[in-house]
Design a protein around this ligand. Structure first.
Ligand code: CP3
Length: 335
């Protein structure tokens, strides 16, 4: 028997609606901050017992439907030989397109601890709950390698026009690495797989269509049919890209909070399960207003092929724990 959230991902109407939160394993939890005061971020993620513990923390506290493995999207680049440090935000060396040929072939042994952590987490978690494995999307990872978020990846956006062929080479190398990374997590026991293409919305529909969509499809097609595990695709700020992802070979679209859920349902809701999309800052509203916002998300998503409740992006570090408890109870009360 699949966990409820997996059945919802595969298109079933599951009530109450399954629920988890992006960035749930992290700083909004006192038990995470406590562990983090004793261990560095890189240590927490690379010691399987610690990573599994951090992943379990939010599930234990709120009885959520899934645990996401505690790691980072950028470890794929580490496994291609890039020297990345976390402090706790990522620090990457300078990289330009002439360096693409110097990237190593993705070496899963360099990040075996992530697969060990998936395995450990799967053995600790109740079978009614799902383990989510993840990776970054090819564009988002290429952006971290060639630019930085502080100026909205201006260097990346310049490079991808100045040297389309070189940038495409980079995207392809990363697409193949991320597909392999997800397959490894699936084989280690992940029940669902998520692609965080968080920054793809920086691009116009035209640029996404010609330079990013083909290579993203290349990655997704390497997974489809090879694991049987549902796939989730997420872009933060995807409203202008909805038509261009409408035929992606995935099961679930992660809808961000700037995209009205009803628009996503109208364009994509017949083919995909919708995941999302409460605005993370709504958790700072007084109870009754928060309740209305939750109900509105549930109502808008109701006509879709399936729904998994989530926020539209990561949970904010200062989020009050009682608001999270209220949210979970509210969603669970709509049986
Ligand atoms: O609950 C989870 O989602 C845990 C696993 C997870 C982390 N990062 C842990 C983490 C996941 C799925 C990610 C994804 C990630 N990492 C993304 C895509 C998702 C998104 O937010 O759009 C991106 C862009 C990154 C890159 C990254 N890693 C950044 C920008 C930072 C700094 C974050 C910050 O707010 O300081 C990290 C470090 C990081 N990754 C932390 C965590 C919990 C912070 C570590 C700490 O402060 O202890």
């Amino acid at each position: 028997m699949f966990p409820d959230i997996v059945r919802a991902a595969l298109g079933e109407r599951v009530r109450p609606v399954p629920i988890w939160f992006m960035r749930q394993a992290g700083r909004f939890l006192p038990e995470y901050r406590d562990l983090r005061s004793r261990h560095g971020f890189a240590e927490l993620m690379s010691v399987p017992g610690l990573a599994a513990e951090v992943s379990m923390q939010p599930v234990r506290r709120f009885d959520l439907d899934a645990a996401i493995i505690f790691s980072d999207i950028l470890v794929v680049l580490q496994a291609m030989g890039v020297d990345i440090r976390f402090d706790p935000g990522p620090i990457l060396p300078r990289f330009d397109l002439a360096d693409v040929n110097g990237l190593k072939r993705f070496d899963p042994d360099a990040v075996h601890w992530q697969y060990d952590a998936v395995c450990e987490l799967r053995s600790r978690l109740e079978s009614s709950k799902a383990v989510i494995g993840f990776t970054g999307g090819p564009f988002t990872l290429s952006a971290y390698l060639t630019g930085r978020p502080g100026n909205s990846f201006a260097d990346t956006r310049r490079l991808m026009k100045q040297d389309q062929a070189g940038f495409n080479q980079l995207l392809k190398r990363i697409a193949d690495a991320t597909a392999e990374h997800l397959l490894k997590q699936a084989h280690a026991g992940a029940d669902m797989l998520m692609v965080f293409d968080s920054w793809a919305s920086l691009l116009s529909p035209q640029t996404f269509k010609t330079q990013v969509r083909p290579v993203t499809l290349r990655m997704l097609r390497q997974l489809k049919g090879r694991t049987g595990k549902p796939l989730i695709y997420f872009v933060n700020g995807m409203h202008h890209l909805l038509d261009l992802i409408a035929d992606f070979p995935v099961n679930v679209i992660g809808v961000d909070h700037r995209t009205p859920m009803k628009d996503a349902v109208k364009k994509l809701g017949k083919r995909f399960t919708m995941q999302g999309n409460l605005e993370p800052s709504d958790l700072f509203l007084p109870g009754e207003l928060l309740g209305k916002r939750i109900d509105s998300v549930l109502e808008q998503a109701d006509p879709a092929r399936g729904h998994i409740f989530n926020l539209g992006h990561g949970i904010l570090p200062e989020t009050p724990l009682d608001a999270v408890e209220f949210l979970v109870q509210r969603v669970r009360s709509r049986a």
